[in-house]
Design a protein around this ligand. Structure first.
Ligand SMILES: [Zn+2]
Length: 335
């Protein structure tokens, strides 16, 4: 912490010869304190799934492990360059063809709670859909507890505008002070229509504004998917279903604009596949998983558009922690 009376130069001098562990003026990496598991169904396969969230070492990032696959083939890193399908959800894969689907709502929860490192064990090809939002995953992270590690958090700073168009979807990243998201959707149905929302991802905002917004689908699409042998696990328990201008869920919506909030939640999850938190402004118009991944590919194709950095000084207040307090690993080491 930078004391007001201490000038920046004095502060830097005082800390010059001190290693990371005693430099309190930097945002550090976080992982889970304990392992925590949950069970659910896969949205598309409809099969039962057990998922186990586990702590991981500093600089590991988020890594999936298929427990039904043996050896190195079981490992699928949660990174943009491992995205193999974006049509119905975001699917990751490795060079052996082992895949893990519907990762976006879990990735959003990890991003929104400021979890830098975790190993995610799943016993099949899909992350469980739970209630169609990120809230059950945030609850799981909260139950596991959070630990702050010695290593500083690595962030991706945006230096220039990057934009992409995929069909009628548009998405862009611009320089900014935190991950500031602006999303706009426009659907034919009166139940959804045009919605727009801007949220800055900071302390606790993910949890309050986005985590509980559920995925949604239109009845005619759900019927087509079912006919194609997909969406087998989909129900009114894990999605908002819209038929014409009506919402079929008896209890209605969790937010008046739940649809655009969910689109933003998806963007938070998909953007976390950058491999580190992005510090910049995201805008999406009618965007989805395909546009989000195309945007990351365009970003990483241009070395001048971004760089790695750490967050220090006043920026610490804009770090994402989901409102979840972290115990210090250093304090645990010292005890
Ligand atoms: Zn979604």
């Amino acid at each position: 912490m930078l004391l007001k009376a201490e000038s920046k130069a004095e502060h830097a001098a005082a800390h010059e010869n001190i290693d990371d562990r005693t430099d309190f003026d930097v945002v550090r990496q976080r992982t889970l304190k304990n392992a925590m598991s949950c069970t659910g169904v896969g949205l598309h396969g409809g099969q039962p799934v057990t998922m186990n969230l586990k702590p991981a070492d500093a600089n590991t990032g988020i890594v999936f492990r298929r427990t039904d696959v043996s050896g190195e083939d079981a490992i699928v890193p949660a990174r943009w360059d491992h995205v193999v399908d974006t049509r119905l959800c975001t699917v990751l894969g490795n060079k052996s063809g082992v895949t893990i689907g519907t990762v976006e709502h879990l990735m959003a929860a990890l991003a929104g709670c400021g979890i830098d490192n975790a190993e995610i064990e799943v016993d099949g090809p899909e992350v469980p859909i739970m209630d169609g939002s990120s809230e059950p995953f945030v609850f799981l992270i909260e139950c596991a507890g959070v630990v702050e590690m010695a290593a500083p958090r690595r962030v991706i700073r945006i230096h220039k505008d990057v934009q992409i168009t995929v069909g009628d979807s548009e998405a862009s990243l611009k320089p900014g002070e935190c991950l500031d998201l602006s999303v706009e959707i426009d659907f034919d149905s009166k139940a959804v229509a045009r919605q727009e929302l801007s949220v800055g991802l900071m302390n606790g905002s993910f949890r309050k504004e986005l985590a509980s917004a559920r995925t949604f689908g239109f009845l005619h699409e759900v019927e087509q998917l079912r006919a194609a042998g997909l969406a087998k696990g989909g129900s009114l328990e894990n999605a908002i279903v819209v038929s014409g201008d009506e919402i079929l869920n008896e209890d209605g919506l969790r937010f008046d604009d739940e649809f655009v909030r969910h689109k933003m939640l998806d963007a938070v999850g998909d953007l976390y596949l950058a491999g580190a938190p992005i510090i910049g402004c995201f805008t999406g118009a009618r965007s989805g998983h395909a546009a989000n991944n195309a945007l990351l590919r365009a970003l990483f194709a241009d070395d001048k558009a971004w760089s790695y950095d750490v967050m220090r000084g006043e920026e610490i207040q804009r770090a994402v922690d989901g409102g979840l307090h972290a115990e210090s690993e250093m304090a645990i080491d010292a005890a």
